[in-house]
Design a binder for this molecule. Structure first.
Ligand SMILES: *Cc1c(COP(=O)(O)O)cnc(C)c1O
Length: 385
């Protein structure tokens, strides 16, 4: 018998996806074709935002957001240490200064009290923005965060890579979808294969702000525009202008065709993820295994399912021996040698993030995980923790 292999996350590719790709492959425009706009329009509608800009990956999306919001030398930005390094790196690309706020131990999301403490203890004008992360698919309460941001005149970039289809419930009892642009100025998503929607590589920015949208569209392709409304001069049909220093962060049409096809199944996928989470919840409650994040509504998007165990290395190795490839999300970004080597602010301890890191482990969570595989994972976790 072949040894089993169960990863922590994995994409699903269907016959529909294959058809969509082949169709796009025969289109005359392999990169700047019609699927880009179609994907943007469908994605904006999916998250409830007015505008969407598709880009080459989630990191490029973050970089463009930082540029669009004028992050530059000396700009102070606050983010969480429990995230993928890209959430912080985008600020460093622009020469800005990153500060980390500690996490709430119940959720592993950025702790609003910790953000407030940083703001209160810094001279006015030190900070320009906050990058909260909907970590593991658990949406940050952006209504609360925006109140604080407004007090200090800060913008918000929501890193929603883990949470397309997620929502939090606001103070009026309304569901607020991740990336809907109601509280955050900009939101970003990734279409890396372990995320909900797989393009191979791909990313998206959503916003309700037309001027940021126009700027992002230019920055995505060298800072160039052909939009007649935006041109300073107009010499004729061939005319374009480079109005700012941008990049080539375009995503090919073929990948947008795949993304669009995957988006049709997104709700089904998230439904399956929530089913898997519920089964883990019930099994672990019975056996006393602690899991992270206990949302009070159904808005968790479950990119990850995380448990907290004392002897984490032991469990990690035992699972691997059984072909279960659990992962650790994340090694706190502020402890990375690069971040340790720069800026004195980063030598500050983040006790909650560091304690969380000692215990966390992400179990297999993806729509194609079978009941039988999940039962095997549960059995092995209980046996080894
Ligand atoms: C995946 C991810 C990114 C970066 O996305 P890429 O498409 O891999 O560049 C950024 N932030 C978070 C939280 C992520 O999980």
């Amino acid at each position: 018998m072949q040894k089993r292999s169960i990863p922590y996350g994995r994409q699903t590719i269907t016959g529909e996806d294959e058809k969509a790709i082949i169709e796009a492959l025969h289109h005359p425009y392999l990169t700047q074709g019609p699927k880009i706009k179609e994907f943007e329009t469908a994605f904006a509608e999916y998250v409830g935002a007015e505008y969407a800009v598709a880009v080459s990956n989630g990191t490029a999306a973050l970089h463009l957001c930082a540029l669009a919001l004028n992050v530059k030398e000396g700009s102070g930005i606050i983010t969480t240490p429990i995230t993928f390094a890209a959430s912080a790196n985008c600020i460093k690309y622009c020469g800005g200064k990153i500060s980390f706020a500690d996490i709430d131990p119940e959720t592993a999301l950025i702790d609003i009290h910790s953000v407030r403490k940083i703001l209160e203890s810094s001279p006015a004008g030190t900070y320009q923005g906050i990058i909260p992360v909907d970590f593991a698919g658990y949406p940050v309460n952006l209504e609360e965060l925006k109140e604080l941001a407004d007090e200090y005149g800060l913008w918000i970039i929501e890193d929603a890579c883990h949470a397309p289809g997620g929502y939090f419930t606001d103070s009026k009892g309304e569901k607020q979808s991740c990336g809907n642009g109601k509280f955050a100025d900009l939101a970003i998503f990734s279409f890396h294969p372990v995320k909900h929607i797989a393009c191979g590589e791909g990313g998206m920015i959503t916003t309700n702000d037309k001027s940021l949208y126009d700027k992002l569209m230019m920055l995505r392709t060298h800072g160039i525009t052909k939009d007649a409304e935006l041109l300073v001069e107009n010499h004729g049909g061939w005319y374009y202008e480079m109005q700012m220093l941008g990049y080539n962060y375009r995503i090919p049409d073929i990948l947008c065709a795949l993304g669009l096809s995957q988006l049709q199944r997104a709700d089904k996928g998230i439904g399956r993820r929530r089913e898997i989470a519920k089964k883990y919840d019930i099994a672990f409650k019975k056996s006393g295994v602690m899991h992270l994040q206990h949302p009070s509504d159904g808005g968790h998007a479950y990119h990850l399912y995380i448990i907290l165990v004392k002897n984490r290395k032991n469990l990690y190795n035992a699972l691997r021996a059984e072909g279960i490839y659990a992962q650790i999300h994340y090694i706190p970004v502020h402890t990375m040698p690069y971040y340790r080597s720069i800026e004195n602010g980063i030598s500050i301890k983040m006790p909650n993030a560091e304690q969380y890191y000692e215990k966390c482990i992400s179990l297999p969570m993806y729509p194609a995980l079978t009941d039988e595989e999940q039962e095997f994972v549960i059995e092995q976790v209980i046996k080894n923790s």
